[in-house]
Design a protein. Sequence first.
Length: 181
Amino acid sequence: MDKKALRDYAKSLRESITNEQKKLYDEVIFNKVINSEEYFSSKVIFIFVSFGSEIDTHKIITKALEDNKIVCVPKVISKKEGMKAVAINSFQELERSKYGILEPREICNEIKPSSIDLVLVPGLLFDTAGGRIGYGAGYYDRFLKQLKKESKKIGIGYKLQLIDKVPMEEHDVFLDYIITN
C-alpha cells in the first residue's frame, strides 16, 4: 500500500473504535504517559491538542499544567513556515483553526524547539522501530528536526495503529518509541 492508502486505512481503523473502548484505551495511555520516566524528568513538554478520533490528549495537558510543566502546543503558521511551539496555561487560550483543531490564538509565548524535553507525537500509523505515518503535510518531521539531541520523541496511538513496518522516506524522522494501550 502507498502512504495515502495506509492513511485511509488507519483513519477507518481508528474511527471503528467504540466510545467505550476509546475511553478505556485513552485512560491506559494517559497513565503510561504520566508515569513514564520521560514525563517525570521533563520540564518542557510539546503535545498536540487532540482532534476527532485521535487519542484524547486534553487530560494529559491538564495533568502537565497541574504538575507545573511548561506545556507547549502546535500553532501552524503556514505550509512553508511550518508550526511553532506555543506555551499555554489553559484551554481558554485556544481557538479552532480553519481545520477545526484547537490552537493558540497568539504566538507571543513561543518556545524554541531546543528548549523542549519531551514531544508527544500524533500519527495515523506507527511501527516498533519508531517509524510513523502522519497526516501528510510534513509539519512534525520538519519540527522534530529542530529539537535538541536529548529531546525524547514519543508517538502516542492505539495498538491497532501499530503495523510491522511503516514506509519511511529520507526526510522522515524516527521516534524514540511508541506508547499504546
